[in-house]
Design a protein around this ligand. Structure first.
Ligand code: PXL
Length: 290
C-alpha cells in the first residue's frame, strides 16, 4: 500500500494531564507532516508523577488492535514505542514489529523506565529485562542516562565522564540498534549545560549537541525529544541535524515555560512552540566527537 503521508504506529500511553506520550507525540509528528496511528498502552487520568492517578492498562486489547490493522493491510513507515504499561507489553510490541516488518521500516524505541537515577514507581523491575530484549529490534533508541544505566546494569552516576558515555553508546549499539542517543548526559561545569550524545554504528561516528541547562524538570520532554528526532529522520534529515532540531525545540520549550509561574508537572507549553518545528535549522550546534 502506498502512503502519501508517512505513517507512524505510535505505542505509548494516553495521559489526560501532563504533556507526555501521545499528547506530545501526536501534535509533534502531525506538525512535522507524519500521520500518527496510536496503539495506546494505557489510558491514565494524568501521568504517574501526580499522586492518585487512575490507570487503565490496555494490555489485553492490544493484540486485537494489531490484528485489525493486519486485516486492513496497513503499511507503516515507522513504529515508535515509548511508555509501556507492563513488561508483558514488550512481547506485543515485538509482535507488532514482526507483523509490519519491511526493509525500510524505521523502528524507534524510547525505553521509558525512569529519570534522575530512579525507576518510575509505577513500573516493575521486570520491565527492565524485557526492554533489554526490545531494543535489539530497534534501529534507533533514545534512553536518558538513567535508562542507559538500567539497560547496561551499570550504576547511575550523574557525573559520568564523556568517555564512559561513549563506551555505553557503543555497548548499547552492539545489542542491535544502529543509532543510540543518550539524553541528559552531564556537561562540565555541572549545572551550566547538559548534552545529548549519539553514536551511529554504521559510520562509527559520535555526535554531541549541548544546550544551556535551566533548573526545572518537565515531564514529557523525553517524549517530545524522540518525537522530533523521529519526525526529522522521516523527513530525510541526517542524524546530527535531527539532534539539533530536537535539542533546539526542547530548549526553546523549556525557556518558553520557565518564565511562567506554572505547575511543572504539566510539562512544557507545547502549544506555543509547535510552529517552531517549521523553522529550518539555521545555526546548528552539533559537534563530531573524536
Ligand atoms: O514521559 C514519560 C512518561 C510517559 N507516560 C507516563 C508517565 C511518564 C513519566 O512520568 O508517567 C504515564
Amino acid at each position: 500500500m502506498y502512503n502519501p503521508i508517512k505513517k507512524v504506529a505510535a505505542v505509548h500511553d494516553l495521559s489526560g494531564i501532563g504533556r507526555v506520550s501521545l499528547t506530545s507525540v501526536i501534535p509533534i509528528l502531525s506538525s512535522m507532516g507524519a500521520q500518527v496511528c496510536p496503539l495506546p498502552t494505557a489510558v491514565l487520568s494524568s501521568h504517574t508523577q501526580y499522586p492518585d492517578f487512575y490507570k487503565v492498562d490496555l494490555s489485553e486489547h492490544l493484540l486485537p488492535f494489531i490484528n485489525h490493522w493486519k486485516q486492513l493491510e496497513l503499511k507503516f513507515d515507522a513504529i515508535y514505542s515509548g511508555y509501556l504499561a507492563s513488561a508483558a507489553q514488550v512481547e506485543i510490541v515485538e509482535h507488532l514489529i514482526d507483523t509490519f516488518y519491511h526493509k525500510k521500516l524505521l523502528v524507534v524505541v524510547d525505553p521509558v523506565m525512569g529519570d534522575n537515577g530512579s525507576r518510575y514507581a509505577s513500573l516493575g523491575e521486570d520491565l527492565v529485562d524485557e526492554m533489554k530484549r526490545l531494543i535489539q529490534k530497534a534501529d534507533i533508541i533514545t534512553p536518558n542516562l538513567t535508562e542507559a544505566a538500567l539497560l547496561l546494569d551499570e550504576p547511575y552516576n550523574e557525573e559520568i565522564e564523556q568517555e564512559v558515555v561513549k563506551d555505553w553508546l557503543v555497548r548499547l549499539s552492539e545489542k542491535g540498534p544502529r543509532t543510540v542517543i543518550i539524553t541528559s548526559a552531564p556537561e562540565k561545569p555541572k549545572n551550566k549545560s547538559t548534552s545529548v550524545i549519539a553514536y551511529e554504528s554504521i559510520t562509527k561516528r559520535f555526535w554531541k549537541v549541548s544546550c544551556h541547562y535551566l533548573p526545572a524538570n518537565y515531564p514529557g520532554t523525553g517524549d517530545s525529544f524522540t518525537s522530533v528526532v523521529t519526525g526529522a529522520i522521516l523527513q530525510g534529515d541526517s542524524l546530527p541535524i535531527a539532534l539539533d532540531r530536537a535539542v533546539q525545540f526542547i530548549s526553546y520549550g523549556v525557556r518558553a515555560t520557565f518564565g511562567h509561574s506554572y505547575d511543572t508537572r504539566e510539562g512544557i507549553v507545547l502549544e506555543r512552540i509547535l510552529k517552531n518545528l517549521d523553522n529550518p535549522v539555521t545555526m546548528g550546534t552539533y559537534e563530531l566527537l573524536d
